[in-house]
Design a protein around this ligand. Structure first.
Ligand SMILES: Cc1cc2nc3c(=O)[nH]c(=O)nc-3n(C[C@H](O)[C@H](O)[C@H](O)COP(=O)(O)OP(=O)(O)OC[C@H]3O[C@@H](n4cnc5c(N)ncnc54)[C@H](O)[C@@H]3O)c2cc1C
Length: 568
């Protein structure tokens, strides 16, 4: 972000009322308009959107396709009439802003119904144009039956296509948030779904091993996955049918194709007006969401924001940041010096009963940012006390700085209670928390909701043990390169059902009697099912003069790392 501007766009007392024009009337734009009205009754506020609606729930669109939200009207959070009546905000739909003339402070607006153009003067301009789905220029991408999901007209077209052509099969291109939500909703409508994803994993923001549970979950529910295999082209296959061909040459028949391969910030308007576009492709703003032009603000998916963990500029097309930025821009326009703190990428997605959530940096994100002074722990606790029926595992990964223990990021996957834990950790990150804070966090507990040591506490305690040296960690990545003895302390039947290659088995239940069989001069890397028994063994051997290290998360983590191709 550039430096905060000192110049205020607040009009001097007694001047004519300010005209605030807002381009884009959904998450960021609508938040800005209504917050500004609550702070400034005098300003004239007008929203322009090129679509037929303002303030609609884009996040609800996939569920409308799936008939979970059957009534389209439910997606309309506020109508133009509500804006006028309740907030005295003018709304022009199907009105595209095509030019910004910064010298004269005029925008050109094209009425998409008539084609007529007019100019509108502004004192303050807010850009909230969002981001558009990426449509790569591949053969067949414009064929009928190939859709992206951004607007209500898009979902109307998809629903009509499914019904008219009695669609039975779909290909979703892209295995990120929107792609997975579309998978869930197409499966709800009883379509057979294939996902084509160029990366070798689903959910690209996650570290690969943390995406393994969702891969297995989808496969178990009959979703076909083509990972590590990008879209090459789409062909017409007779009637309304399509054929999707991936880079490997694999063909998937489809009655419809959903493109969900990411979004591109809508920056053309800003760029043509000479506003700065950053290296990540978004409009550059300061902490008050103002561009280098003191009369122009920008918010939402179209702007670059600072990642508070890596300190780098990033794009984060999510609704929470867009809404908060709209509110902050309004406050600053009203003369309050509020600042946007940056983002930490807290996100969640649900797919067919599985929840995947994350906050802060991923391991690959930290490495990309050149950060190396960190450690990670894995754990797989139940979402509530094991003795209460129905406990389900949560797969958690926690990243923290060394030696301070500052929390850098967390990822979780499971069927219950995942987002609650990630939200707690997200809040701790926001307050600059450490793993010690997580260990001590006082959280709700009764058997049906959690455990006396909640998964969040356990994550903190395991990290504390690693930092204090009570439980030195072995690096999973070194598994094929170490001459340490690999010791599995599970029971023989568990060991027989699958173990790390070249590991030997000495169950924890026999360790006190047989530990002298182990070498004292060699490091011993210990694993079990999820890490707990290995921790007990580590503490025992350390206190008997051995050199143990813990393979965090045990065989459960090993399996995920192996399936993600990260260990031999
Ligand atoms: C299918 C889907 C599901 C999503 N699910 C989630 C979720 O579960 N959680 C989450 O956090 N985020 C989700 N998002 C992302 C979230 O919706 C966006 O991050 C958020 O809406 C961005 O707000 P914005 O104001 O920047 O842009 P938008 O909400 O996209 O609004 C931009 C508006 O500006 C209009 N516009 C653009 N250019 C012009 C112009 N020149 N003139 C006039 N109007 C213009 C556009 O038509 C659009 O209506 C989802 C997005 C989609 C598409």
């Amino acid at each position: 972000m550039s430096d905060t501007h000192q110049q205020s766009s607040h009009p001097p007392q007694g001047s004519p009322r300010r005209r605030v024009l807002i381009v884009g009337g959904v998450a960021g734009g609508a938040s800005c308009a209504t917050r500004l009205r609550r702070l400034d009754e005098a300003a004239e506020i007008v929203l322009f959107d090129r679509g037929p609606y303002v303030s609609f729930a884009n996040c609800g669109l996939p569920y409308h396709v799936g008939n979970v939200i059957a009534d389209e009207e439910k997606l309309l959070v506020a109508s133009p009439e509500t804006f006028r009546q309740r907030f005295n905000v003018g709304v022009h739909t199907e009105s595209e802003v095509t030019v910004i003339d910064r010298a004269t402070r005029l925008i050109t607006v094209r009425d998409l119904r008539t084609g007529a153009e007019r100019q509108e003067p502004y004192d303050v301009l807010v850009l909230a144009p969002g981001a558009a789905p990426i449509r790569p220029p591949l053969p067949g991408i414009e064929l009928p039956g190939v859709f992206a999901v951004r607007s209500i007209p898009d979902t109307r077209r998809i629903r009509a296509w499914i019904e008219t052509h009695q669609a039975k099969t779909a290909v979703v291109v892209g295995g990120g948030f929107i792609g997975l939500e579309m998978v869930e909703n197409l499966v709800h409508r009883e379509l057979s779904v294939t996902v084509v994803e160029k990366l070798p994993q689903l959910m690209p923001p996650l570290d690969p091993e943390m995406a393994v549970p969702v891969t297995e979950h989808l496969q178990a529910r009959g979703v076909e996955l083509r990972l590590g295999d990008g879209l090459a082209r789409i062909e017409a296959a007779g009637g309304a049918r399509l054929r999707v061909i991936s880079e490997s040459g694999t063909q998937s028949p489809a009655d419809l194709v959903i493109l969900a391969i990411g979004v591109r910030p809508e920056t053309a308007l800003a760029q043509n007006a000479g506003l700065q576009i950053g290296a990540r492709g978004g409009i550059v703003v300061d902490e008050q969401m103002r561009t280098a032009d003191p009369h122009i603000w920008a918010v939402g998916d179209a702007v670059e924001v600072r990642d508070v963990l890596t300190g780098q500029e990033t794009m984060l097309p999510l609704a929470g940041p867009a809404n908060r930025q709209g509110r902050i821009a309004a406050e600053c326009i009203a003369g309050r010096p509020t600042r946007f703190r940056g983002v930490q990428a807290t996100a969640v997605v649900g797919v067919l009963g599985m929840t995947i959530a994350s906050t802060g940096a991923s391991e690959k994100g930290l490495r990309r940012a050149g950060m190396t002074a960190f450690q990670k722990v894995y754990l797989h606790p139940g979402h509530h006390a094991g003795y209460y029926p129905g406990a389900r595992p949560i797969h958690l990964k926690l990243l923290f700085s060394v030696p301070e223990g500052r929390i850098l990021g967390a990822q979780g996957a499971g069927t219950e209670g995942v987002e609650k834990r990630i939200d707690v950790i997200a809040t701790a990150i926001q307050f600059g928390g450490t793993v010690h804070d997580l260990a001590e966090a006082e959280l709700c507990y009764a058997p049906q909701f959690g455990a006396a040591k909640d998964p969040v506490n356990l994550a903190g305690m395991i990290a504390q043990n690693a930092l204090s040296g009570d439980m030195p960690l072995a690096e999973w990545e070194q598994l094929g390169r170490t001459d340490a003895l690999l010791l599995d302390v599970r029971e023989p039947d568990e060991f027989a059902a699958g173990h790390i290659p070249s590991a030997i088995n000495l169950p924890l239940s026999q360790l006190r009697q047989r530990y002298t069989e182990l070498p004292r001069q060699r490091e011993i890397w210990i694993s079990c099912g999820v890490g707990q028994r290995a921790y007990y063994a580590t503490r025992f051997l350390a206190q008997h003069g051995y050199q143990p290290r813990n393979l965090s998360g045990g065989y459960t983590t090993y399996r995920a790392l192996k399936l993600a191709d990260l260990v031999p």
